[in-house]
Write a protein that binds this ligand. Structure first.
Ligand SMILES: Nc1ncnc2c1ncn2[C@@H]1O[C@H](COP(=O)(O)OP(=O)(O)OP(=O)(O)O)[C@@H](O)[C@H]1O
Length: 477
Protein backbone atom coordinates (compact mmCIF):
# COMPACT_ATOMS: atom_id res chain seq x y z
CA UNK A 1 0.00 0.00 0.00
CA UNK A 2 1.04 3.56 -0.34
CA UNK A 3 3.37 5.07 2.15
CA UNK A 4 1.86 7.66 4.35
CA UNK A 5 2.90 9.24 7.54
CA UNK A 6 -0.41 10.03 9.26
CA UNK A 7 -2.93 7.95 11.17
CA UNK A 8 -5.08 7.25 8.10
CA UNK A 9 -3.83 4.37 7.55
CA UNK A 10 -4.02 -18.17 9.85
CA UNK A 11 -3.54 -21.25 9.61
CA UNK A 12 5.20 -31.28 5.29
CA UNK A 13 9.53 -35.26 0.81
CA UNK A 14 12.40 -33.62 -1.02
CA UNK A 15 15.39 -32.03 0.63
CA UNK A 16 16.41 -28.44 0.04
CA UNK A 17 19.99 -27.24 0.31
CA UNK A 18 20.35 -24.36 2.73
CA UNK A 19 21.82 -21.32 1.08
CA UNK A 20 21.08 -18.20 3.08
CA UNK A 21 19.38 -15.04 1.91
CA UNK A 22 22.70 -13.72 0.72
CA UNK A 23 22.50 -16.40 -1.94
CA UNK A 24 19.74 -14.41 -3.59
CA UNK A 25 20.72 -11.79 -6.06
CA UNK A 26 17.60 -10.10 -7.21
CA UNK A 27 19.09 -8.81 -10.38
CA UNK A 28 20.52 -12.11 -11.57
CA UNK A 29 19.10 -13.93 -14.59
CA UNK A 30 17.80 -17.37 -13.72
CA UNK A 31 19.68 -20.26 -15.28
CA UNK A 32 17.66 -21.35 -18.29
CA UNK A 33 16.70 -25.01 -18.58
CA UNK A 34 17.10 -26.23 -22.08
CA UNK A 35 13.81 -27.05 -23.75
CA UNK A 36 11.79 -25.77 -20.83
CA UNK A 37 9.69 -22.67 -20.38
CA UNK A 38 12.57 -21.24 -18.36
CA UNK A 39 14.63 -20.92 -21.50
CA UNK A 40 12.23 -18.23 -22.63
CA UNK A 41 12.51 -16.36 -19.34
CA UNK A 42 13.64 -12.86 -20.00
CA UNK A 43 13.52 -9.99 -17.61
CA UNK A 44 11.31 -7.77 -19.65
CA UNK A 45 10.70 -4.29 -18.40
CA UNK A 46 7.82 -3.68 -16.07
CA UNK A 47 8.29 0.07 -16.26
CA UNK A 48 4.99 1.57 -16.99
CA UNK A 49 4.37 4.07 -19.67
CA UNK A 50 5.43 7.47 -18.35
CA UNK A 51 1.91 8.69 -17.71
CA UNK A 52 1.04 5.56 -15.74
CA UNK A 53 4.28 5.21 -13.86
CA UNK A 54 4.37 5.98 -10.16
CA UNK A 55 8.10 6.51 -10.55
CA UNK A 56 7.60 10.18 -11.11
CA UNK A 57 9.20 12.93 -9.10
CA UNK A 58 9.27 12.33 -5.38
CA UNK A 59 6.25 13.70 -3.59
CA UNK A 60 6.76 16.82 -1.46
CA UNK A 61 6.50 14.54 1.56
CA UNK A 62 9.13 12.01 0.62
CA UNK A 63 12.58 12.14 -0.84
CA UNK A 64 15.11 9.41 -1.59
CA UNK A 65 17.80 9.20 1.08
CA UNK A 66 20.42 8.37 -1.49
CA UNK A 67 21.54 10.85 -4.06
CA UNK A 68 21.58 8.16 -6.76
CA UNK A 69 18.41 6.28 -7.58
CA UNK A 70 18.36 2.75 -6.17
CA UNK A 71 19.36 0.10 -8.71
CA UNK A 72 16.55 -1.88 -10.32
CA UNK A 73 15.78 -5.25 -8.75
CA UNK A 74 13.30 -7.98 -9.58
CA UNK A 75 10.55 -9.30 -7.37
CA UNK A 76 11.88 -12.18 -5.27
CA UNK A 77 9.86 -15.22 -6.34
CA UNK A 78 10.03 -18.44 -4.38
CA UNK A 79 7.92 -21.59 -4.53
CA UNK A 80 7.02 -23.78 -1.55
CA UNK A 81 5.74 -27.37 -1.83
CA UNK A 82 3.68 -28.83 0.96
CA UNK A 83 3.70 -32.59 1.53
CA UNK A 84 0.81 -34.70 0.23
CA UNK A 85 -1.89 -34.52 2.89
CA UNK A 86 -3.13 -37.71 4.62
CA UNK A 87 -6.35 -37.33 2.61
CA UNK A 88 -4.49 -37.06 -0.68
CA UNK A 89 -2.39 -40.11 0.23
CA UNK A 90 -5.57 -42.07 1.14
CA UNK A 91 -7.05 -41.11 -2.21
CA UNK A 92 -4.00 -42.53 -3.96
CA UNK A 93 -2.78 -39.18 -5.27
CA UNK A 94 0.56 -39.10 -6.98
CA UNK A 95 3.20 -36.39 -7.17
CA UNK A 96 2.67 -34.33 -10.33
CA UNK A 97 5.30 -31.61 -9.78
CA UNK A 98 8.51 -31.76 -7.76
CA UNK A 99 11.46 -29.66 -6.64
CA UNK A 100 14.42 -30.47 -8.88
CA UNK A 101 17.21 -29.01 -6.77
CA UNK A 102 17.05 -25.57 -5.18
CA UNK A 103 15.71 -23.50 -8.02
CA UNK A 104 13.74 -25.64 -10.45
CA UNK A 105 10.23 -27.13 -10.40
CA UNK A 106 9.74 -29.97 -12.86
CA UNK A 107 6.72 -31.89 -14.14
CA UNK A 108 6.79 -35.57 -13.24
CA UNK A 109 4.77 -36.42 -16.32
CA UNK A 110 6.73 -34.33 -18.78
CA UNK A 111 10.27 -33.67 -17.44
CA UNK A 112 10.99 -31.20 -20.24
CA UNK A 113 8.48 -28.81 -18.63
CA UNK A 114 10.31 -26.98 -15.88
CA UNK A 115 10.35 -23.52 -14.32
CA UNK A 116 13.16 -21.76 -12.48
CA UNK A 117 12.75 -19.38 -9.54
CA UNK A 118 14.92 -17.64 -7.01
CA UNK A 119 14.38 -20.62 -4.73
CA UNK A 120 12.22 -23.75 -4.60
CA UNK A 121 11.41 -25.11 -1.14
CA UNK A 122 10.80 -28.86 -0.90
CA UNK A 123 8.03 -30.21 1.39
CA UNK A 124 10.41 -30.74 4.32
CA UNK A 125 11.59 -27.14 4.40
CA UNK A 126 10.77 -25.28 7.60
CA UNK A 127 8.96 -21.94 7.59
CA UNK A 128 11.97 -20.48 9.42
CA UNK A 129 14.11 -21.33 6.40
CA UNK A 130 11.51 -19.88 4.04
CA UNK A 131 11.61 -16.71 6.15
CA UNK A 132 15.41 -16.47 6.02
CA UNK A 133 15.48 -16.78 2.24
CA UNK A 134 12.29 -15.09 1.10
CA UNK A 135 11.38 -12.53 3.76
CA UNK A 136 14.26 -11.43 5.94
CA UNK A 137 15.74 -9.05 3.36
CA UNK A 138 12.35 -7.40 2.90
CA UNK A 139 11.89 -6.94 6.66
CA UNK A 140 15.38 -5.53 7.20
CA UNK A 141 14.88 -3.22 4.21
CA UNK A 142 11.62 -1.97 5.71
CA UNK A 143 13.40 -1.20 8.97
CA UNK A 144 15.79 0.93 6.92
CA UNK A 145 13.01 2.86 5.20
CA UNK A 146 12.40 0.76 2.09
CA UNK A 147 8.76 -0.25 1.60
CA UNK A 148 8.22 -4.01 1.54
CA UNK A 149 5.48 -6.42 0.53
CA UNK A 150 5.49 -10.17 1.14
CA UNK A 151 2.61 -12.26 -0.10
CA UNK A 152 1.60 -15.89 -0.33
CA UNK A 153 -0.22 -17.00 -3.48
CA UNK A 154 -1.61 -20.42 -4.40
CA UNK A 155 -4.70 -22.57 -4.83
CA UNK A 156 -6.90 -23.36 -1.88
CA UNK A 157 -5.30 -25.66 0.69
CA UNK A 158 -1.81 -25.28 -0.78
CA UNK A 159 -0.34 -23.80 2.43
CA UNK A 160 -0.63 -20.00 2.24
CA UNK A 161 -1.94 -19.53 5.76
CA UNK A 162 0.46 -22.18 7.07
CA UNK A 163 3.25 -20.11 5.54
CA UNK A 164 2.10 -16.63 6.51
CA UNK A 165 0.58 -17.27 9.96
CA UNK A 166 1.75 -20.75 10.94
CA UNK A 167 0.98 -22.03 14.41
CA UNK A 168 2.53 -22.24 17.85
CA UNK A 169 4.89 -25.04 16.77
CA UNK A 170 5.84 -23.47 13.48
CA UNK A 171 5.33 -19.69 13.44
CA UNK A 172 4.71 -18.16 10.05
CA UNK A 173 6.25 -15.26 8.14
CA UNK A 174 4.05 -12.68 9.91
CA UNK A 175 5.06 -13.49 13.52
CA UNK A 176 8.67 -14.06 12.44
CA UNK A 177 8.73 -10.65 10.74
CA UNK A 178 7.29 -8.90 13.78
CA UNK A 179 9.88 -10.51 16.07
CA UNK A 180 12.67 -9.69 13.66
CA UNK A 181 11.57 -6.05 13.48
CA UNK A 182 11.85 -5.67 17.25
CA UNK A 183 15.22 -7.49 17.27
CA UNK A 184 16.49 -5.04 14.66
CA UNK A 185 15.37 -2.16 16.89
CA UNK A 186 17.36 -3.57 19.77
CA UNK A 187 20.39 -4.01 17.55
CA UNK A 188 20.22 -0.43 16.27
CA UNK A 189 21.17 1.72 19.26
CA UNK A 190 21.72 4.86 17.23
CA UNK A 191 18.11 5.22 16.02
CA UNK A 192 14.72 5.74 17.63
CA UNK A 193 11.78 3.76 16.21
CA UNK A 194 8.02 4.03 16.31
CA UNK A 195 6.00 1.04 15.04
CA UNK A 196 2.27 0.88 14.40
CA UNK A 197 0.08 -1.78 12.85
CA UNK A 198 -3.14 -2.07 10.91
CA UNK A 199 -4.90 -5.24 9.81
CA UNK A 200 -7.61 -5.51 7.15
CA UNK A 201 -9.41 -8.11 5.10
CA UNK A 202 -10.95 -7.91 1.65
CA UNK A 203 -14.07 -10.08 1.79
CA UNK A 204 -16.37 -10.27 -1.24
CA UNK A 205 -14.77 -7.05 -2.48
CA UNK A 206 -15.47 -5.24 0.79
CA UNK A 207 -12.65 -3.86 2.93
CA UNK A 208 -13.10 -4.56 6.67
CA UNK A 209 -10.91 -3.43 9.54
CA UNK A 210 -9.85 -6.52 11.52
CA UNK A 211 -8.64 -4.39 14.43
CA UNK A 212 -11.93 -2.54 14.70
CA UNK A 213 -15.15 -4.52 14.18
CA UNK A 214 -17.02 -1.25 13.59
CA UNK A 215 -14.76 -0.48 10.62
CA UNK A 216 -16.72 -2.24 7.87
CA UNK A 217 -16.89 -1.50 4.19
CA UNK A 218 -14.08 1.04 4.30
CA UNK A 219 -13.32 3.18 1.29
CA UNK A 220 -10.10 3.10 -0.66
CA UNK A 221 -8.95 6.61 -1.43
CA UNK A 222 -6.14 8.06 -3.47
CA UNK A 223 -3.82 10.97 -2.98
CA UNK A 224 -0.50 11.91 -4.57
CA UNK A 225 1.26 9.29 -2.45
CA UNK A 226 -1.00 6.49 -3.73
CA UNK A 227 -3.95 4.50 -2.39
CA UNK A 228 -4.94 4.25 1.25
CA UNK A 229 -7.83 2.90 3.32
CA UNK A 230 -9.86 5.69 4.83
CA UNK A 231 -10.51 5.42 8.55
CA UNK A 232 -8.53 2.28 9.21
CA UNK A 233 -7.41 1.86 12.80
CA UNK A 234 -3.71 1.96 13.52
CA UNK A 235 -2.24 0.83 16.84
CA UNK A 236 1.17 1.79 18.13
CA UNK A 237 2.90 -1.44 19.14
CA UNK A 238 5.33 -1.64 22.01
CA UNK A 239 6.59 -5.22 21.89
CA UNK A 240 6.37 -8.35 19.71
CA UNK A 241 3.81 -9.81 22.12
CA UNK A 242 1.69 -6.70 21.80
CA UNK A 243 1.72 -6.85 17.98
CA UNK A 244 1.02 -10.60 17.97
CA UNK A 245 -1.92 -10.18 20.33
CA UNK A 246 -3.42 -7.65 17.91
CA UNK A 247 -3.00 -10.10 15.02
CA UNK A 248 -4.65 -12.86 17.08
CA UNK A 249 -7.53 -10.52 17.95
CA UNK A 250 -7.86 -9.54 14.28
CA UNK A 251 -7.92 -13.19 13.20
CA UNK A 252 -11.03 -13.67 15.29
CA UNK A 253 -12.84 -11.35 12.89
CA UNK A 254 -11.48 -12.83 9.66
CA UNK A 255 -13.89 -14.72 7.40
CA UNK A 256 -12.93 -18.41 7.48
CA UNK A 257 -15.09 -21.34 6.36
CA UNK A 258 -15.01 -25.02 5.62
CA UNK A 259 -14.76 -26.13 1.97
CA UNK A 260 -14.40 -29.46 0.21
CA UNK A 261 -10.67 -28.90 0.20
CA UNK A 262 -9.91 -27.17 3.46
CA UNK A 263 -11.63 -27.30 6.84
CA UNK A 264 -10.28 -23.87 7.70
CA UNK A 265 -10.26 -22.11 4.39
CA UNK A 266 -9.55 -18.37 4.28
CA UNK A 267 -12.49 -16.70 2.57
CA UNK A 268 -10.82 -13.29 2.43
CA UNK A 269 -7.51 -11.71 1.53
CA UNK A 270 -5.78 -10.14 4.53
CA UNK A 271 -3.19 -7.39 4.66
CA UNK A 272 -1.24 -6.84 7.87
CA UNK A 273 0.69 -3.58 7.67
CA UNK A 274 3.58 -2.59 9.90
CA UNK A 275 4.34 1.11 9.59
CA UNK A 276 7.85 2.03 10.66
CA UNK A 277 9.24 5.46 11.43
CA UNK A 278 12.75 6.03 12.65
CA UNK A 279 15.10 8.91 13.25
CA UNK A 280 18.64 9.27 14.55
CA UNK A 281 19.02 9.52 18.33
CA UNK A 282 20.25 12.69 19.89
CA UNK A 283 19.28 16.32 19.99
CA UNK A 284 21.85 17.24 17.39
CA UNK A 285 19.79 15.31 14.83
CA UNK A 286 16.53 17.10 15.50
CA UNK A 287 16.31 18.72 12.10
CA UNK A 288 16.94 15.46 10.27
CA UNK A 289 14.30 13.82 8.14
CA UNK A 290 12.49 10.81 9.50
CA UNK A 291 12.77 7.52 7.64
CA UNK A 292 9.31 6.14 6.93
CA UNK A 293 8.23 2.81 5.43
CA UNK A 294 5.48 0.24 5.34
CA UNK A 295 5.77 -3.54 5.45
CA UNK A 296 2.70 -5.31 4.00
CA UNK A 297 2.29 -8.98 4.90
CA UNK A 298 -0.45 -10.54 2.79
CA UNK A 299 -2.27 -13.85 3.10
CA UNK A 300 -4.37 -14.25 -0.03
CA UNK A 301 -7.45 -16.41 -0.21
CA UNK A 302 -6.84 -19.36 -2.52
CA UNK A 303 -8.12 -19.69 -6.04
CA UNK A 304 -10.76 -22.38 -6.34
CA UNK A 305 -11.80 -24.66 -9.14
CA UNK A 306 -15.51 -25.07 -9.80
CA UNK A 307 -15.38 -28.51 -8.15
CA UNK A 308 -14.58 -26.83 -4.81
CA UNK A 309 -18.08 -25.62 -3.94
CA UNK A 310 -21.34 -25.74 -5.77
CA UNK A 311 -23.81 -23.90 -3.60
CA UNK A 312 -24.54 -20.91 -1.44
CA UNK A 313 -22.24 -18.57 0.40
CA UNK A 314 -19.06 -20.51 -0.39
CA UNK A 315 -19.72 -20.32 -4.13
CA UNK A 316 -20.28 -16.58 -3.94
CA UNK A 317 -17.09 -16.17 -1.92
CA UNK A 318 -15.20 -18.37 -4.34
CA UNK A 319 -16.30 -16.30 -7.29
CA UNK A 320 -15.15 -13.04 -5.64
CA UNK A 321 -11.84 -14.69 -4.70
CA UNK A 322 -11.27 -15.99 -8.23
CA UNK A 323 -12.22 -12.68 -9.82
CA UNK A 324 -9.77 -10.67 -7.73
CA UNK A 325 -6.98 -13.20 -8.27
CA UNK A 326 -7.71 -13.11 -11.99
CA UNK A 327 -7.33 -9.34 -11.90
CA UNK A 328 -4.06 -9.74 -10.00
CA UNK A 329 -2.87 -12.09 -12.76
CA UNK A 330 -3.94 -9.65 -15.47
CA UNK A 331 -2.21 -6.75 -13.75
CA UNK A 332 1.02 -8.76 -13.47
CA UNK A 333 0.81 -9.85 -17.13
CA UNK A 334 0.33 -6.30 -18.28
CA UNK A 335 3.08 -5.00 -16.05
CA UNK A 336 5.50 -7.46 -17.58
CA UNK A 337 4.58 -7.45 -21.25
CA UNK A 338 6.20 -4.05 -21.67
CA UNK A 339 3.59 -2.74 -24.09
CA UNK A 340 0.49 -2.19 -21.95
CA UNK A 341 -0.94 1.28 -21.92
CA UNK A 342 -3.52 0.59 -19.22
CA UNK A 343 -2.98 -1.43 -16.06
CA UNK A 344 -6.38 -2.39 -14.56
CA UNK A 345 -5.49 -1.80 -10.90
CA UNK A 346 -8.96 -0.45 -10.30
CA UNK A 347 -10.67 -3.70 -11.30
CA UNK A 348 -10.29 -5.13 -7.79
CA UNK A 349 -9.75 -3.87 -4.26
CA UNK A 350 -6.72 -6.15 -3.95
CA UNK A 351 -4.90 -4.70 -6.93
CA UNK A 352 -5.83 -1.16 -5.94
CA UNK A 353 -4.26 -1.66 -2.54
CA UNK A 354 -1.21 -3.39 -4.04
CA UNK A 355 -0.79 -0.74 -6.73
CA UNK A 356 2.24 0.97 -5.21
CA UNK A 357 4.00 -2.32 -4.50
CA UNK A 358 3.28 -3.86 -7.89
CA UNK A 359 4.24 -0.75 -9.79
CA UNK A 360 7.74 -0.87 -8.40
CA UNK A 361 7.76 1.01 -5.13
CA UNK A 362 9.84 -1.01 -2.69
CA UNK A 363 10.79 -4.64 -2.31
CA UNK A 364 8.34 -7.41 -3.12
CA UNK A 365 8.61 -11.09 -2.24
CA UNK A 366 6.09 -13.52 -3.69
CA UNK A 367 5.90 -16.95 -2.05
CA UNK A 368 3.87 -19.36 -4.20
CA UNK A 369 2.53 -22.35 -2.31
CA UNK A 370 1.94 -25.64 -4.12
CA UNK A 371 0.46 -29.04 -3.51
CA UNK A 372 2.32 -31.74 -5.40
CA UNK A 373 -0.95 -33.71 -5.83
CA UNK A 374 -1.80 -34.96 -9.31
CA UNK A 375 -5.48 -33.95 -8.98
CA UNK A 376 -4.32 -30.32 -8.72
CA UNK A 377 -1.75 -30.57 -11.48
CA UNK A 378 -3.40 -28.05 -13.77
CA UNK A 379 -3.99 -25.45 -11.04
CA UNK A 380 -0.41 -25.93 -9.88
CA UNK A 381 0.77 -25.33 -13.43
CA UNK A 382 -1.19 -22.06 -13.47
CA UNK A 383 0.44 -20.99 -10.20
CA UNK A 384 3.87 -21.77 -11.68
CA UNK A 385 3.13 -19.66 -14.75
CA UNK A 386 1.86 -16.81 -12.57
CA UNK A 387 5.03 -16.93 -10.46
CA UNK A 388 7.17 -16.99 -13.59
CA UNK A 389 5.55 -13.84 -14.93
CA UNK A 390 5.81 -12.07 -11.58
CA UNK A 391 9.57 -12.60 -11.65
CA UNK A 392 9.80 -10.14 -14.49
CA UNK A 393 8.39 -7.22 -12.51
CA UNK A 394 11.08 -4.67 -11.85
CA UNK A 395 11.22 -2.80 -8.59
CA UNK A 396 13.26 -0.02 -7.12
CA UNK A 397 14.18 -0.34 -3.45
CA UNK A 398 14.74 3.28 -2.53
CA UNK A 399 14.43 4.69 0.95
CA UNK A 400 11.59 6.99 1.96
CA UNK A 401 12.15 10.04 4.07
CA UNK A 402 9.54 12.32 5.51
CA UNK A 403 10.76 15.82 5.11
CA UNK A 404 8.04 17.67 6.94
CA UNK A 405 6.63 17.65 10.41
CA UNK A 406 3.79 15.20 9.69
CA UNK A 407 5.80 12.34 11.09
CA UNK A 408 4.23 10.75 14.17
CA UNK A 409 7.64 10.10 15.70
CA UNK A 410 8.48 13.80 15.37
CA UNK A 411 5.19 14.70 16.99
CA UNK A 412 5.96 12.37 19.89
CA UNK A 413 9.51 13.62 20.22
CA UNK A 414 8.30 17.21 20.33
CA UNK A 415 5.62 16.31 22.86
CA UNK A 416 8.07 14.35 25.02
CA UNK A 417 10.49 17.27 24.97
CA UNK A 418 7.77 19.70 25.92
CA UNK A 419 6.49 17.49 28.75
CA UNK A 420 9.98 17.06 30.13
CA UNK A 421 10.51 20.79 30.13
CA UNK A 422 7.19 21.22 31.86
CA UNK A 423 8.17 18.65 34.48
CA UNK A 424 11.46 20.43 35.07
CA UNK A 425 9.56 23.64 35.59
CA UNK A 426 7.17 21.92 38.00
CA UNK A 427 10.10 20.57 39.96
CA UNK A 428 11.55 24.04 40.19
CA UNK A 429 8.20 25.47 41.25
CA UNK A 430 8.00 27.86 38.35
CA UNK A 431 5.19 26.24 36.36
CA UNK A 432 3.58 28.77 34.11
CA UNK A 433 0.15 27.13 33.97
CA UNK A 434 0.29 26.23 30.26
CA UNK A 435 -2.42 23.57 29.70
CA UNK A 436 -1.40 20.24 28.20
CA UNK A 437 -1.96 20.26 24.45
CA UNK A 438 -3.86 17.30 23.00
CA UNK A 439 -4.75 16.82 19.39
CA UNK A 440 -8.06 15.04 19.16
CA UNK A 441 -7.11 12.30 16.73
CA UNK A 442 -4.03 11.24 18.66
CA UNK A 443 -5.42 11.63 22.16
CA UNK A 444 -5.08 8.04 23.24
CA UNK A 445 -1.71 7.43 21.65
CA UNK A 446 -0.28 10.61 23.07
CA UNK A 447 -1.71 9.73 26.45
CA UNK A 448 0.22 6.47 26.30
CA UNK A 449 3.38 8.27 25.37
CA UNK A 450 2.88 10.86 28.09
CA UNK A 451 2.36 8.12 30.64
CA UNK A 452 5.62 6.50 29.55
CA UNK A 453 7.50 9.75 29.66
CA UNK A 454 6.11 10.71 33.05
CA UNK A 455 7.06 7.31 34.42
CA UNK A 456 10.51 7.49 32.91
CA UNK A 457 11.07 10.90 34.42
CA UNK A 458 9.86 9.86 37.84
CA UNK A 459 12.32 6.97 37.69
CA UNK A 460 15.01 9.57 37.19
CA UNK A 461 15.96 8.55 33.66
CA UNK A 462 18.17 10.78 31.58
CA UNK A 463 16.84 13.56 29.48
CA UNK A 464 16.43 12.45 25.84
CA UNK A 465 16.10 8.78 26.86
CA UNK A 466 15.66 6.77 23.71
CA UNK A 467 12.08 6.59 22.49
CA UNK A 468 12.90 3.09 21.32
CA UNK A 469 13.51 1.99 24.88
CA UNK A 470 10.34 3.69 25.98
CA UNK A 471 8.46 1.77 23.35
CA UNK A 472 10.08 -1.53 24.14
CA UNK A 473 9.56 -1.14 27.86
CA UNK A 474 6.28 0.74 27.68
CA UNK A 475 4.06 -2.24 28.41
CA UNK A 476 5.73 -2.75 31.77
CA UNK A 477 5.89 0.92 32.73
N1 LIG B 1 4.44 -26.81 4.39
C1 LIG B 1 3.50 -27.52 5.05
N2 LIG B 1 3.87 -28.53 5.90
C2 LIG B 1 2.92 -29.23 6.57
N3 LIG B 1 1.59 -29.01 6.48
C3 LIG B 1 1.18 -28.02 5.68
C4 LIG B 1 2.10 -27.23 4.92
N4 LIG B 1 1.42 -26.33 4.20
C5 LIG B 1 0.12 -26.54 4.50
N5 LIG B 1 -0.02 -27.54 5.37
C6 LIG B 1 -1.29 -28.06 5.89
O1 LIG B 1 -2.22 -28.11 4.78
C7 LIG B 1 -3.53 -27.67 5.18
C8 LIG B 1 -3.96 -26.48 4.31
O2 LIG B 1 -3.06 -25.40 4.54
P1 LIG B 1 -3.54 -23.89 4.59
O3 LIG B 1 -4.79 -23.74 5.38
O4 LIG B 1 -2.37 -23.09 4.99
O5 LIG B 1 -3.89 -23.65 3.05
P2 LIG B 1 -4.33 -22.29 2.34
O6 LIG B 1 -3.55 -22.22 1.10
O7 LIG B 1 -4.23 -21.17 3.29
O8 LIG B 1 -5.84 -22.61 2.02
P3 LIG B 1 -7.07 -21.59 1.75
O9 LIG B 1 -6.77 -20.82 0.56
O10 LIG B 1 -8.27 -22.52 1.54
O11 LIG B 1 -7.22 -20.80 3.00
C9 LIG B 1 -3.42 -27.30 6.65
O12 LIG B 1 -3.85 -28.41 7.43
C10 LIG B 1 -1.94 -27.06 6.85
O13 LIG B 1 -1.54 -27.30 8.19
Amino acid sequence: MASRPTSRQRKAGHASAAAGPKGLHHHQQLPPQSGSPTSTATTSSSRLTPELSLDGPASPLFAGLDEDPAPKENVTVTVRFRPLSPREIRQGEEVAWYADGDTVVRSEQNPSVAYAYDRVFAPTTTTRHVYDVAAQHVVSGAMEGVNGTIFAYGVTSSGKTHTMHGDQRSPGIIPLSVKDAFSIIQETPNREFLLRVSYLEIYNEVVNDLLNPAGQNLRIREDPQGTFVEGIKEEVVLSPAHALSLIAAGEEHRHVGSTNFNLLSSRSHTIFTLTIESSPCGESNEGEAVTFSQLNLIDLAGSESSRAETTGVRRKEGSYINKSLLTLGTVISKLTDGKATHIPYRDSKLTRLLQSSLSGQGRVSLICTLTPASSNSEETHNTLKFAHRAKCIEIQASQNKIIDEKSLIKKYQTEIRRLKEELEQLKMGIITGTPLKDTEEDNIILWKQKRMVTSSCSLGWNKRRKLKLLCLQGSSV
